[in-house]
Design a protein around this ligand. Structure first.
Ligand code: MG
Length: 258
């Protein structure tokens, strides 16, 4: 390319950039400045705005005790479910779990537990070489959808869930559900793999009847299930997040910023 052509091309690019920058489009929404959050050293570490639900030391955030052994939370069958003392709406939850290293039972009877957001369960199960109903395997939204893929690790190994729970908005009068204004949504990342992509909740997740929404308060405890298997947990933290699709109204027409 000759020098002359090159300089023509360059001046054309500069002119184009100038025109584009003069047409910087703005929405007219007065967005607030995003708060600063200090991330953890590793993605599994809690960021500065997380509420620590279990860090290996105590169960102050829970309604009762499970056994703490070597800084791990051990579910002993018969101890019953545990729920957080706090109630949550929409959240990002991080939790690590391990199903029993010694394999016993099959199907739903192998390393079963679960993370519940009110009446909505993300299944915990030993799904490593263990087929069961697919909408009941590990990382399923119980009886509503299987995970996209099976990202389970072998029995006994530590696994992670990052769960994004967006609460439903329900219109309730005198304890009766009048309308599902906005359904709930759940996203699950299992061991770093996206396995449930913004599943629209169909209602409560029960084993003995179809899903159906029921009246409940806008905030609810998070619950870990005792399903009779010795599942272990560690490093549990949660971040409260704004509800989806809540967007401030523009205070002016969209415009081009000079
Ligand atoms: Mg379960």
């Amino acid at each position: 390319m000759s020098t002359k052509i090159l300089s023509l091309v360059l001046s054309g690019l500069i002119l184009t950039a100038a025109v584009v920058s003069a047409q910087d489009w703005r929405s007219g929404i007065p967005w607030e400045k995003p708060p600063i959050v200090t991330p953890g050293a590793k993605p599994s570490d809690p960021p500065s705005d997380a509420i620590i639900l279990f860090d290996g030391t105590n169960m102050a955030e829970w309604n009762k005790e499970w056994s703490i052994v070597d800084s791990e939370l051990h579910l002993v069958p018969g101890d019953g479910d545990i729920t957080t003392n706090r109630r949550f709406g929409s959240v990002q939850l991080h939790i690590e779990f391990a199903t029993p290293a010694e394999v016993r039972g099959r199907g739903q009877g192998r390393g079963n537990s679960g993370v519940f957001f009110g009446p909505y369960e993300v299944q915990i199960l030993d799904s490593y070489n263990n087929d069961t109903n697919y909408d009941g395997q590990c990382a399923s939204i119980y009886k509503q959808t299987p995970p996209l893929v099976n990202a389970s690790k072998p029995p006994g190994e530590w696994q992670t869930y990052t769960i994004i729970f967006n609460r439903p908005e329900l219109r309730i009068d005198d304890g009766n559900l009048l309308e599902v204004v906005r359904p709930g949504y759940i996203t699950v990342i299992h061991n770093g793999v996206l396995v449930v992509n913004r599943h629209e909740l169909l209602g409560s997740t029960a084993w003995h009847r179809p899903p159906e929404y029921e009246a409940h308060p806008p905030t609810l405890p998070i619950r870990l299930q005792d399903h009779g298997d010795r599942v272990r947990f560690r490093n549990i933290w949660v971040r409260e997040i704004p509800d989806v699709n809540v967007r401030p109204a523009p205070t002016r027409e969209p415009y081009f910023h000079q």
